[in-house]
Design a protein. Structure first.
Length: 259
């Protein structure tokens, strides 16, 4: 069944292969439902980016198109891919102290195997008052079932450690990492990183149904683009109970004046 549902461009695709990003970009361009989903995610991210001086860096730009919606964005990835201006590792940012107004990412933080190193580097590179804004998988009653049984990436909310072994750039992950760091272990995060304040965890972009119906970058679309608005209305009706349904969350960290 999964093979039958697989998008032709994603069938037998090695997630860590050099051409994976190009194929994912082509899939997003071919699927109007998925493209609208990404556009809505980007609106949530952009809304949390502070104004003022300094560049905005996107980590893991990959197949996305945030640069089309956020002028002046510095795009990056861990490998050279078309449309990316800087090749970098999130754990070693080639920017001077305080040079960045914000760092943004979509479905990237849970792939960073040493998140403490990233958080320290980001605190160095982001100016006081700046932010890290991320759209990431989130743990809920619904998402636990979906991510644990239907998703290809590891999802281990019970992991004792934040870190996990290095591996493939897309295949290695813990999808529960954002929830672990910013909800389960929030007290530990605040103790270890007084440079960062959790400015908010928003479930407005939870998308419990639309992401599944879009098929993501692996499967065919399961709903026509014309139904996008109807599914969005249904999810908004569920917003009072989104803590039980959300598959994603926007996490915003604000850089404090603490050194």
């Amino acid at each position: 069944m999964k093979r039958w549902l697989a998008h032709p461009l994603a069938r037998d695709l090695d997630l860590d292969a050099p051409d994976a990003t190009a194929r994912h970009r082509a899939i997003i361009e071919q699927k109007p439902f998925l493209r609208r989903l990404y556009a809505e995610w980007y609106d949530h991210v952009i809304a949390a980016v502070p104004s003022g001086d300094g560049a905005v860096l996107e980590i893991g730009s990959g197949a996305g198109f945030l640069a089309h919606r956020l002028p002046g964005l510095v795009t990056s990835d861990v490998v050279p891919v078309a449309g990316v201006s800087v090749v970098l590792d999130a754990r070693h940012l080639p920017f001077r102290d305080g040079a960045l107004r914000a760092i943004v990412m979509t479905n990237v933080f849970h792939h960073i195997s040493r998140p403490r190193t990233f958080l320290t580097e980001a605190a160095r590179a982001v100016r006081t008052g700046g932010a890290v804004v991320m759209l990431e998988p989130w743990l809920s009653s619904w998402s636990r079932v979906i991510y644990s049984s239907l998703h290809d990436e590891p999802f281990v909310p019970g992991a004792e450690q934040w870190e996990f072994p290095d591996g493939g750039r897309l295949s290695t992950a813990n999808g529960a990492l954002p929830w672990i760091v910013f909800r389960r272990d929030r007290a530990r995060f605040e103790r270890e990183y007084p440079q960062w304040r959790v400015d908010g965890v928003s479930l407005d972009a939870g998308m419990p149904f639309r992401y599944l119906l879009s098929g993501g970058v692996s499967l065919r679309s399961l709903a026509p683009a014309a139904t996008f608005g109807a599914w969005r209305a249904l999810e908004r009706a569920l917003s009072p109970w989104m803590a039980h349904w959300a598959m994603f969350a926007r996490v915003t960290l604000r850089r404090t004046a603490v050194a």
